[in-house]
Ligand binder design. Structure first.
Ligand SMILES: [Zn+2]
Length: 310
């Protein structure tokens, strides 16, 4: 057999009782329940076993699944790890280097928290106001309605307005400007010190090391969690180099796996990570991976909310 269901998780926490119940994530009880169902229906394998299967050293069993966790959240350590250990399972954790080296919030998380704390109509009107303010200063910015037409394209999981807010703050504006606007909105709606929040949100280096020692797989998820396809060649290489550099204490050279932030990559990214000796790449394309047919640097995954449907 060559097919494997690679499941993607992000936040796993006691959402209703948390400070930010509107954060989109999985409740701990639901994670436990889903894991129970998966254990009954699948053989949950480790990254080492998947790599061994790719190298032809073992066979995948008929129903194989693997659990992946993106972004290095502390709730992966406090909530997920004990549940995995109780069930004799391992998971693979993909950690942006910046989270534990600099203790700064990634844009992706700033945006999640802004959306969890404010009404999207208010965010939208602030965003348009700020675009008007900064337009023509040192930045060339398209007109608001042009931007809206281009970026407000609803996805399966987000409506048009939410996607617009995300895209404007993730990649549509120049980096310096979107950081500035995201920080202003974060300050206004979330109002928590960013560094303090970073310590509350991400695993520390010791926790990552503890994960590794307890048999979990640790892999690459960029350094700054950028949309890699949107970066210049130099910026893209710098981000990947930085990621490999800070993550190397947790990884083995012949077992490097790169999980693309936002699922964003292109031919240049694939070429560069091949040069760097990366063996597997995980995308956000939806599907069951087939190690005999899929390009190994472009394996699809299934989001945890879609597990029951696939
Ligand atoms: Zn991510």
């Amino acid at each position: 057999m060559s097919r494997i269901k690679i499941i993607m998780y992000h936040y796993v926490r006691d959402l209703p009782n948390s400070r930010y119940p509107k954060i989109k994530g999985m409740n701990i009880v639901d994670f436990k329940k889903q894991l129970g169902i998966l254990i009954n229906a699948y053989k949950i394998i480790s990254m080492d076993e998947l790599i061994a299967a790719i190298n032809g050293e073992i066979q995948l069993s008929e129903n194989s699944a693997m659990l992946t966790f993106d972004d290095g959240y502390i709730d992966n350590y406090t909530n997920v790890l004990p549940i995995l250990e109780e069930n004799d399972c391992t998971g693979s954790f993909f950690i942006p280097g910046k989270t534990f080296t600099e203790h700064k919030l990634l844009d992706v998380n700033k945006i999640h928290y802004i959306l969890a704390c404010a009404d999207k109509k208010d965010i939208l009107s602030d965003l348009f106001e700020k675009l008007n303010f900064y337009r023509g200063q040192e930045y060339a910015i398209q007109e608001n309605d042009e931007l809206y037409d281009q970026y407000a394209v609803p996805s399966r999981l987000d409506d048009a307005e939410t996607i617009f807010i995300k895209r404007i703050l993730q990649n549509a504006l120049p980096e310096k400007l979107r950081n500035k606007i995201a920080s202003e909105l974060f300050e206004k709606y979330v109002g928590v010190d960013e560094e303090k929040m970073a310590y509350e949100l991400y695993m520390t280096e010791d926790q990552v090391l503890s994960m590794k020692r307890r048999g979990m797989y640790i892999g690459l998820h960029g350094y700054d969690h950028y949309w890699l396809e949107k970066l210049s060649e130099d910026e893209m290489k710098k981000d990947i180099d930085q990621a490999i550099n800070v993550m190397s204490p947790f990884m083995e050279k012949d077992k490097l796996v790169f999980n693309y932030p936002y699922g964003s990559y292109n031919e240049r990214v694939l070429k560069y990570i091949t040069e760097k000796g990366i063996l597997l790449g995980l995308t956000t394309k939806r599907g069951i991976a087939d190690i005999a047919k899929d390009p190994l640097l472009e394996l699809p995954r299934i989001d945890c909310v879609d597990v029951a449907m696939e």
